[in-house]
Design a binder for this molecule. Sequence first.
Ligand code: SF4
Length: 327
Amino acid sequence: MPENPPLLDVRDLRMHFPVRGGVLRRAQAWCRAVDGVSITLSAGETLGLVGESGCGKSTLGKTIVRLNTPTAGSIHFNGTDLAPLSARALKPHRRELQMVFQDPAASLNARHSVGEILAEPFLIHGVGTAADRAARVTALLDRVGLPASSADRFPFEFSGGQRQRIGIARALALNPKLIICDEPVSALDVSVQGQVLNLLLDLQRELGLAYLFIAHDLAVVKHVSDRIAVMYLGRIVELADADRIYRHPAHPYTRALLSAIPVAEPRRRSQRIVLQGDVPSPIHPPAGCPFHPRCPHAQARCRVEAPALRTPDTKRPDHQVACHFDL
Ligand code: SF4
């Protein structure tokens, strides 16, 4: 039996932004925020996407949902390439492809009641009558653990965790197949992060949702992901099953990120790998391997030749690493 095609199949996606200057505001350089990313995601699966701040992971998420128009590449979702579509042609696909943002306070319209915020997707897509929509809003609130009376209140009347539940309810409104979760718990107190993560996991089980789960915190991603992609300077540098990445990280950058996760065991704490410097500017990325200025294993070849993603162990074809060497 042939395997089902992936729900999401992103190929060689690039998102370059012009850096404008001078009196005429002409493009004087390009910021390569996403620079040739290929990933797939199956129905009901969670792909964790991790990397330091500024590595391009949020831009990748926004480009996949077409909040940005990509510079190049394809975004096949449910069999249709979203990359070249106009806003009008995108509309029916937006129902099935939603996003939850990091800062629920900024992503919810403060002047609208929660009921109005949750009814908006139904209005935009012409779903149901006014009475239907009120019932749907109540059902959405119930689904994310909020009382029906929340519909008459405004976002500022809720805690951060409750506001994120409202953001999740809005994303669920049109029965999506895939939700891009962009650092959905980073802005929340540690005490409520677990509650929101558990809600996302419960919804995934009930509704068969796929998640692209973006985070800088590998400890958070570990608990929710089936597979993990590690991103550096606009590119994927390692991709594997979550368990494989944590047990056998192959890329020096992944090893450094993992070594920074706090552990109770003093012996493991001493193995921390401290990377020198910051992520280089995506406007002037280093030649060769983009990680070479910070890599403790860099050799002459790394300064001139960019490594492609490859499979170091043929017995594990799902584990891909962008490094010239088997370290
Ligand atoms: Fe380090 Fe070279 Fe591998 Fe890049 S290709 S990760 S610089 S060893």
